[in-house]
Design a protein around this ligand. Structure first.
Ligand code: URA
Length: 422
C-alpha cells in the first residue's frame, strides 16, 4: 500500500479497502506515514466522509493499534458512560459510584479538558491527594474492591487515536462524524467494557449544534459498539445551557457532592439517574434504582472509597478562589437563555481550562450560576459569580459573557429544550 494512493482515493470520493485502512492506521502508529500525509487524509475524510463499513474498519484498526483491556475476574458486569462533552458536565462524578452501588463495575477511563469543555480528570484533581494515573493492575484492583475507577487511560490504549486526535486538533479536522465516532468508540472498545451508554450532547456548548447531526453521531457510535460486541445505547441531551449551577473544577466537585448527599440541582440529579438506569439495563442488572443509591447514602460510600483508593482525601476542604466578581441581573423577569458556550468560555478564561495540553488549570476557577433558564430573577440580584486566583482574568471572562443571557418579562414563557431530548 501507498499513503499517496490512499489519500488520492479519499480525495476523489472513493471507498478505502479494509487492507488500505488497516495499513494506514498501523503505518501511522509506527511513524511510517507522516503527519502531513495523515492530516491530508483526515481533511479528505472531513470533506468526503466515510461509509459505515469504512468507519467500522477504521475503528477496529485503531483498537488493534494497542491493547484491549480485560475485566473478567472483577466479579460483576462492566458498564460505562461516555459524554461527547459539554459545559458543567460533572455527571461522571456522581454517576460512577452510584452505578457501582447498584452492583455494576464501572471502569471509566477519562480525559482532560481542552478548550471550553472541562475534563473529568481535571475535576477530580481538585481533590487533595487524588491521583489520575494508575497502572493496569491498580485499575483492576480498584474496580474489583470498590466497584468503580475513574482514571487516565494508559499509553497503550488506542495509541493510533492519541496521535490522530492531537493532529486533528491542530489541522481543523475534528468536526467530522466518522472521525469523532471512530475516535470515541476505539477508546471505549479498547477499554473492554461490556456495556456502554453514550450521552450525546446537542447545543451551543457541544460539538453537535443540532439534533439531526447529534442523532447521526449517536447512531453511528451505537452501531460501532454493537458491531464490536459492546451493548451500547445513547441518549441525546441538552447542552444549550450548562448542566447544574457550577462550571469549573472544584466548583463542580462541590456540586457532585451535593448530589451524592441526596440534594443538588434537579437537572444533574435527573441526568445521573437516567444515565444510571440505562447503564444498569445495558449491563443486565435489574431490581436496583440509582435514585435509591443517591438517597440512602450507598453512592456516597462508594465515592469515598473510590477517592481514598486513588490517594485522595474525601474529607479535605476543596480549594477556593482568591477573588470573586458578581454579575447581577440587569432587570427583573424570566431567564430565557443562559448560553453554554459563553459560560464555558468565561470559565476557561478564568483559568479553569487550558489552551495547550501542557498548561496547568486552576482548581478553584469557574462560574457559579444563581439561576437557570425558566427561573424568575429580580433586577440587581446576583446572576453569576466568577471565581479566579488571578483578578486580571475578569475582564476577558466578562467579554465572553456579553450576550450570554437574556431576561424576558415576568409573564413570558421561554421555549426551552427538554433536558433529555431523545
Ligand atoms: N472526543 C474524542 O475522543 N474524539 C473526538 O474526535 C472528539 C471528541
Amino acid at each position: 500500500f501507498d499513503a499517496v494512493d490512499i489519500i488520492r482515493t479519499k480525495r476523489d470520493r472513493g471507498e478505502l479497502s479494509a487492507g488500505q485502512i488497516d495499513w494506514v492506521i498501523d503505518a501511522y502508529t509506527r511513524g511510517a506515514v507522516a503527519d502531513e500525509q495523515m492530516s491530508a487524509l483526515a481533511m479528505a475524510v472531513v470533506l468526503n466522509g466515510m461509509s459505515r463499513p469504512e468507519i467500522s474498519r477504521w475503528t477496529e484498526a485503531m483498537v488493534r493499534s494497542g491493547t484491549r483491556m480485560d475485566w473478567t475476574g472483577v466479579g460483576r458486569p462492566t458498564t460505562d458512560k461516555h459524554s461527547t462533552g459539554g459545559v458543567g458536565d460533572k455527571i461522571t462524578l456522581p454517576l460512577a459510584p452510584t452505578v457501582a452501588a447498584c452492583g455494576a463495575a464501572v471502569p471509566q477511563l477519562s480525559g482532560r479538558g481542552l478548550g471550553h469543555t472541562g475534563g473529568t480528570l481535571d475535576k477530580f484533581e481538585s481533590i487533595p491527594g487524588w491521583r489520575a494515573s494508575l497502572s493496569g493492575t491498580e485499575m483492576f484492583n480498584v474496580v474489583r474492591d470498590v466497584g468503580a475507577v475513574v482514571c487516565a487511560a494508559t499509553d497503550d490504549l488506542a495509541p493510533a487515536d492519541k496521535r490522530l486526535y492531537a493532529l486533528r486538533d491542530v489541522t481543523a479536522t475534528v468536526e467530522s462524524i466518522p472521525l469523532i465516532a471512530s475516535s470515541i468508540m476505539s477508546k471505549k472498545i479498547a477499554e473492554g467494557t461490556g456495556a456502554l451508554v453514550l450521552d450525546v450532547k446537542v447545543g451551543s456548548g457541544a460539538f453537535m449544534k443540532d439534533v439531526e447531526s447529534a442523532s447521526e453521531l449517536a447512531r453511528t457510535m451505537v452501531d460501532l459498539g454493537t458491531d464490536a460486541g459492546v451493548r451500547t445505547a445513547a441518549l441525546l441531551t441538552n447542552m444549550q445551557t450548562p448542566l447544574g449551577l457550577a462550571v469549573g473544577n472544584a466548583l463542580e466537585v462541590r456540586e457532585a457532592l451535593e448530589v451524592l448527599d441526596g440534594g443538588g440541582p434537579d437537572d444533574v440529579v435527573e441526568l445521573t439517574v437516567a444515565l444510571g438506569r440505562e447503564m444498569l439495563a445495558a449491563a443486565g442488572i435489574s431490581g436496583k434504582d440509582p435514585a435509591d443509591a443517591l438517597r440512602d447514602g450507598s453512592a456516597m460510600d462508594v465515592w469515598r472509597a473510590m477517592i481514598a483508593a486513588q490517594g485522595g482525601a474525601p474529607d479535605a476542604p476543596l480549594p477556593s478562589a482568591r477573588e470573586t466578581h458578581t454579575v447581577e441581573a440587569p432587570a427583573s423577569g424570566i431567564v430565557a437563555s443562559l448560553d453554554a458556550y459563553a459560560i464555558g468560555l468565561a470559565s476557561w478564561r478564568l483559568g479553569a481550562g487550558r489552551s495547550r495540553k501542557e498548561d496547568a488549570v486552576q482548581a478553584a476557577a469557574g462560574v457559579q450560576m444563581h439561576a437557570k433558564p425558566g427561573a424568575l430573577v429580580r433586577g440587581g440580584e446576583p446572576l453569576l459569580t466568577l471565581h479566579t486566583d488571578e483578578p486580571e482574568r475578569f475582564e476577558r471572562a466578562l467579554q465572553a459573557l456579553d450576550g450570554a443571557f437574556t431576561i424576558t418579562p415576568p409573564d413570558s414563557r421561554p421555549d426551552l429544550l427538554p433536558l433529555i431530548i431523545d
